[in-house]
Design a protein around this ligand. Structure first.
Ligand code: NDP
Length: 446
């Protein structure tokens, strides 16, 4: 880090010492921006970084609801409106028991740069709650979502802040949230994305993050290795929204996905994952991944993290933050893996990323490689404003163009400005930051 980025980071560390995920993300970003801010003294002169790492607004609220037994439950809700420099706040809602302000702030900060990379006019935000939808009845999930939106509705709007899904928030939750927004505000507008098709959703939104991850990876395979997915062995962690559609697209492009996981363990199916079966088990029946192993008579191991010990060419971590550590990175390198593209947000620890890069493994950083979801959310917003729908082919083509463009943008920064074509992490941070900084510089001190 240079003096300026170090000063900004140390100040954050002092103020938010207990926010470890936020500090982890901020440190990586500030480190990457050091060379850029040195060449652009106006950034320091105008206090851009100090403002960039501090959310414009943090909303924290109580969510009270009643469970099926008639007992009152209390959760905490959050919305971090991080940056509106280039457009309305945009970013998902996460419902999971480990959600806290540090996690929401790290995701919000990443989202600012990610949204900038898509080239669409979207600022960055993130929100959620420590509510766990797992094991709850549909009625309980509905009552929680209604209580959550009863407070959130006053802070969001189609031109202000447009939330979407994330871990624990799929189309069921988005639908309950949207219904409650409509009931309170008496307006049908594109205030949430990831909606169902019947009331304003976009085709391909469900698939977008996973598909986009594969389009990005495919472009990286072409650029670095002059090859494609065909015949490659792939591991995808997780079996939620991102993972399922990453697996589906990778297989469509000719790869063999041999292992997938959930938080209870992984399945290893040497014949290749039967993705239609897994989608049915996970999306329709809300089953654990061990059910897949029972039906297919394949291996189930209850240590999810050991999935990285299986031999593969390409690894796509699509579950959660810090799921791939140094030990996992070493196992991947030992087994000849040459590309890791992040579907989840910050799935690789800093040590893992550094080790992979040192060993010339191509690392596709999340804010670039998983930007397909928010890109199609941006396209959903446009469709809602126009009161018009694109066909699946049209959305898919736009998604593909955006992902190819993101890859080439960050590759060019890494290669031409940093002289290290393997440093896509810094390439993504710098490329995303340029536009945000420019907007902040021109809008005055706000
Ligand atoms: P989901 O809730 O749909 O799925 C998450 C999956 O990860 C579940 O299968 C979950 O298993 C599994 N999982 C959680 N922790 C672990 C673990 N330690 N080891 C293995 N598996 C685990 O979430 P999404 O697919 O939507 O999100 C996944 C990641 O992608 C997150 O980091 C999210 O922020 C990011 N992302 C999502 C986008 C989207 O459009 N949905 C867009 C961009 C990024 P279990 O059911 O057991 O908990």
């Amino acid at each position: 880090m240079n003096n300026y980025t170090k000063k900004v980071y140390l100040n954050l560390k002092k103020k938010y010492a207990h926010e470890k995920e936020f500090l982890q993300a901020a440190e990586e970003i500030l480190e990457s921006l050091s060379s850029y801010v040195e060449k652009h003294p106006e950034i320091e002169k105008n206090g851009i970084l100090e403002r960039f790492v501090e959310p414009e607004r943090i909303i924290q609220f109580r969510v009270s609801w009643v469970n099926d037994k008639g007992k009152v439950q209390v959760n905490t809700g959050y919305r971090v409106q991080f940056s509106s420099a280039i457009g309305p706040y945009k970013g998902g809602l996460r419902f999971a028991p480990n959600v806290n302000l540090s996690i929401i702030k790290f995701l919000g900060l990443e989202q600012v740069l990610k949204n900038s990379l898509t080239t669409l006019p979207m600022g960055g935000g993130k929100g959620g709650s420590d509510f766990d939808p797992k094991g709850k009845s549909d009625g309980e999930v509905m009552r929680f979502c209604q209580a959550f939106m009863t407070e959130l509705n006053r802070h969001i709007g189609q031109f202000t802040d447009v939330p979407a899904g994330d871990i624990g928030v799929g189309s069921r939750e988005v639908s309950y949230l949207y219904g409650q927004y409509k009931r309170i505000r008496n307006e049908s507008v594109g205030v949430l994305t990831g909606k169902r098709l019947s009331y304003g959703g976009s085709l391909i939104r469900t698939e977008a993050t996973g598909y986009g991850l594969c389009y990005f990876t495919d472009e990286a395979l072409k650029k670095y290795k002059n090859t494609n997915f065909n015949g490659k062995r792939v591991i995808v962690s997780g079996s939620g929204n991102v993972a399922l559609y990453a697996c589906k697209k990778a297989m469509e492009l000719g790869a063999k996905v041999v292992a997938m996981s959930d938080s209870s363990g992984y399945v290893y199916d040497e014949s290749g994952i039967d993705i239609d079966l897994l989608i049915d088990l996970k999306e329709n029946k809300r089953q654990r991944i061990s059910e897949y192993a029972k039906i297919k008579n394949c291996i189930f191991n209850n240590v999810a993290k050991d999935i990285w010990k299986i031999k593969c060419d390409i690894a796509l971590p699509c579950a959660t933050q810090n799921e791939l550590d140094l030990e996992s990175a070493k196992a991947l390198v030992n087994n000849g893996c040459f590309m890791v593209c992040e579907g989840a947000n910050m799935p690789c620890t800093k040590e893992a990323t550094n080790y992979l890069m040192e060993n010339k493994v191509v690392v596709g950083p999340a804010k670039a490689s998983n930007a397909g979801g928010v890109a199609v959310s941006g396209i959903e917003m446009s469709q809602n404003s126009m009161r018009f729908s694109y066909t699946a082919e049209e959305v898919d083509q736009k998604l593909k163009n955006i992902m190819v463009n993101i890859f080439n943008t960050i590759y060019d920064v890494a290669d031409k400005e940093l002289n290290n074509k393997y440093d896509l992490v810094s390439g993504a941070n710098i490329a995303g930051f340029k536009k945000v900084a420019d907007a902040m510089l021109t809008q005055g001190v706000i």
